[in-house]
Design a protein around this ligand. Structure first.
Ligand SMILES: Nc1ncnc2c1ncn2[C@@H]1O[C@H](COP(=O)(O)OP(=O)(O)OP(=O)(O)O)[C@@H](O)[C@H]1O
Length: 236
């Protein structure tokens, strides 16, 4: 693992009750870098990313953010340390307005309502609408914007494009690329569609049955494309 990593996880073991799902995975995200977490349905990607975010307890291993151990901290404490989490189910507060959803996530850092509205003009237009009135794409924008309000150094996104129209996927891809390039924001992006994830991330790992199957740079993974597709194929 490199010393310039913002997030380093070593030998992560986690699961549900006595069931071990993630079984000894190590990963590293460089400062300002992007890592795609790839794998088939049920491979353990959500379990892994929820463990990094503190939503599931770490049974074994260590998680360091900026060199500081965070593996025993609560989700809220990890958020204050710089982990931004965009959960698969988005978890928007349906009865709060867009603006209220954003305000309650603000930890007083450099991200303001104005900055997130500049990134997502659609949210500015819908600022007084209830979270429950938003389309799926708008909810995903809000979930990302809300994570930004806590001023993360590393953003964890669990299948952010799932179920969205191609035009919204393109728009979200642009936003994530802007965050990577202009703000040097580190990211882990969980995705079943490897090509999409590798547009945002320059490194990728493939998780299989809770273990690391393979990994490499974008170029290396694209070079081994047939093999990677086979690892991710639904009908395998
Ligand atoms: N709350 C839970 N209790 C028990 N087992 C669970 C729970 N959530 C997930 N699992 C199991 O953990 C395994 C990994 O699931 P996980 O959601 O982490 O996979 P994934 O790679 O994110 O898949 P998907 O792309 O379908 O979300 C699966 O066998 C799943 O059935």
């Amino acid at each position: 693992m490199t010393s310039d990593a913002v997030l380093q996880a070593r030998n992560i073991v986690s699961g549900y009750g006595q069931t071990r799902i993630v079984d000894g995975i190590s990963l590293s995200v460089p400062n300002g870098g992007g890592l795609a977490l790839l794998g088939r349905n049920g491979a353990g990607k959500t379990t892994l990313v929820c463990t990094l975010a503190g939503r599931l307890p770490l049974k074994e291993g260590s998680i360091r953010l900026g060199g500081v151990e965070i593996g025993t901290l609560s989700p809220c404490q990890r958020c204050r340390c710089g982990i931004g989490f965009v959960p698969q189910e988005r978890q928007i507060f349906a009865t709060l307005s867009v603006e209220e959803n954003l305000r309650i996530a603000n930890l007083g850092g450099s991200w303001t309502l104005e900055r997130v509205y500049e990134l997502f003009p659609r949210l500015a237009e819908r600022r007084q609408n209830g979270g429950g009135q938003l389309s799926g794409g708008e909810q995903q924008m809000l979930a990302i914007a809300r994570a930004l309000m806590s001023d993360p150094v590393c953003l964890l996104l669990d299948e952010p494009f799932e179920g969205l129209a191609p035009v919204i996927v393109d728009m979200l891809l642009d936003v994530l690329l802007r965050l990577r390039q202009e703000k040097a924001m580190a990211m882990i992006i969980v995705e079943q569609h490897a090509r999409l994830a590798l547009e945002v991330a320059e490194q990728g790992i493939v998780v299989e049955r809770g273990r690391l199957r393979t990994g490499g740079s974008r170029g290396e993974l694209l070079h081994r494309w047939e093999e990677i597709e086979d690892m991710l194929a639904v009908t395998h």
